[in-house]
Write a protein that binds this ligand. Structure first.
Ligand code: ARG
Length: 459
């Protein structure tokens, strides 16, 4: 019998029951639901709305329901509709009529809002720990393999020589901003809606501050209607997840590329690759591809969270029941993806010699010739033109920069001196870029120190 049977003649149609139940999704919230109810009971007794004895019976009963759900002894059927009704009806079976007092000065609307915030608070902490681990793994990798020479790409074309460290640090900064964003979203999650009732508050003398305190919230939602109707904190978490997945997906794409034979810069550990059922030679970067693929799902979750609230009149509407599936999916998928990305980076091997030969005479050193001329007082635009004509001169001969001689250089511009060829060294080229944020090793070390210090502060 539904908990609102007083008003109704018949029960819901079985099709309606199946369509409207949310247990398949929200049973995940049973711990939070019971924790919320225990705090509510404690407060009700403190303000005299129930007796100490009643509170004790209810809290003990809730403990039993928690145990039964943990052990899988109590498996609620769809007729109980959602986790809130499942817990309350099992409680009433266990403790009898006093179970009916639990819902005093409360509604499922503030209850579900509270449960989700409690769930999020703990998951966001877990997600932040995963993000911190990923940053640390990237920094460890910078320290172990960062001095690997590679082309920095623009348009996926060789741009300028860089240290692998420089590339990895770019990701470490992105992930560290994901942590900042998550902390910001966490502030908006950390507000207790319990006691808002359906949306208008309650005539009973409850103490909302006390329940907020018992549940570990820093503060409470000041407006009862906002408390039950707002889902912007979910949207914010969804967007933090979506942005974070974008970073992971870019990393994943590069792992796919870099581990392919054409690049051959990294070898992903066997633990994160799979073979092909038909092509024996294959080692496929499936984990990275899945991160890239799951990113699309998390974007979908964010879209669902945004569009289901758009156009909803205040306050609670049943549409909002649909918020949990995308929210849980976004948070859990992001956490798992951050974790596997960390594991891949922790275990892969870097081919440190991969580009040493290849970049020695590569046209990606063309900027060096231009910068050499700039050092001699030639305007950059003119220097750029001269350097471009040297690339053309080599290409016309089917050659690279190895055919350049001091004579060829001075034929192209009188400012080229005999020392110009020394500039065509990719390591020196990387090390010359010591401006703040540049690829030079001093800058790498400065950023590692900074990121490690931020990590210990963010903890
Ligand atoms: N299962 C519901 C949800 O997740 C709980 C709140 C139901 N409230 C209501 N007025 N029907 O949104």
């Amino acid at each position: 019998m539904p908990l609102w049977d007083g008003r109704f003649e018949g029960g819901p149609d079985s099709e309606m029951q199946l369509y409207s139940e949310s247990l398949g999704v929200d049973l995940r919230l049973f711990e939070e639901d019971i924790t919320g109810s225990v705090a509510h009971c404690t407060m009700l007794a403190e303000v005299g709305l129930i007796t100490e004895d009643e509170a004790r019976i209810l809290i003990e009963g809730l403990g039993k329901v928690r145990q039964e759900l943990r052990e899988g002894v109590f498996v609620p059927g769809v007729e109980l509709e959602d986790v809130h009704m499942a817990v309350e009806s099992r409680l009433t079976e266990i403790v009898g009529d006093v179970g009916g007092k639990l819902h005093t000065a409360r509604s499922r609307n503030d209850q579900v809002a509270t449960d989700v915030r409690l769930w999020l608070a703990s998951r966001l902490t877990g997600l932040d720990e995963q993000l911190a681990r990923l940053v640390r793994i990237l920094l460890d990798r910078v320290e172990s393999d960062g001095r690997t020479l590679m082309p920095g790409f623009t348009h996926l074309q060789h741009g300028q020589p860089i240290w692998l460290a420089h590339h990895l640090l770019a990701y470490a900064w992105m992930v560290s901003r994901d942590r900042e964003r998550l902390a910001g979203a966490g502030l908006r999650v950390d507000r207790c809606p319990l006691g808002a009732g359906a949306m208008a508050g309650t005539p009973h003398p409850i103490d909302r501050g006390r329940t907020a305190e018992l549940l570990g919230f820093s503060t409470l939602m000041e407006n009862a209607m906002d408390a039950v109707a707002a889902r912007d904190h979910l949207q914010e978490v969804g967007s933090v997840c979506a942005i974070c997945m974008t970073h992971l997906s870019r990393m994943a794409e590069e792992l796919v590329l870099w581990s392919s034979p054409g690049f051959g810069l990294v070898r992903i550990d066997d633990a994160y690759t799979t073979g092909s059922s038909i092509m024996p030679q294959k080692r496929n970067p499936d984990a990275a591809e899945l991160v890239r693929g799951k990113t699309g799902r998390v974007y979908g979750d964010l879209m669902a969270l945004l569009s289901m609230v758009k156009g909803l009149p205040l306050a609670y509407n049943r549409d909002l029941q649909e918020d949990k599936e995308p929210l849980f999916d976004a948070v859990l998928t992001t956490g798992a993806s951050v974790s596997i990305m960390g594991s891949m980076w922790k275990t892969l091997t870097v081919n440190r010699e991969r580009y040493v030969e290849e970049l020695a005479h590569d046209f990606l050193l063309a900027t060096e010739l231009a910068d050499y001329l700039v050092g001699k007082g030639v305007p950059f635009r003119e220097a750029h033109h001269v350097s471009g004509s040297l690339v053309k001169w080599c290409e016309e001969r089917g050659a690279d920069f190895s055919v350049l001689t001091p004579e060829v250089l001075s034929d192209h511009h009188r400012a080229f001196g005999p020392d110009a060829l020394k500039w065509l060294d990719p390591v020196a080229a990387a090390e010359r870029r010591s401006s703040r944020g540049g690829t030079a090793w001093v800058e790498v070390l400065r950023q590692v120190t900074l990121l490690r210090a931020m990590d210990s502060q963010q903890k």
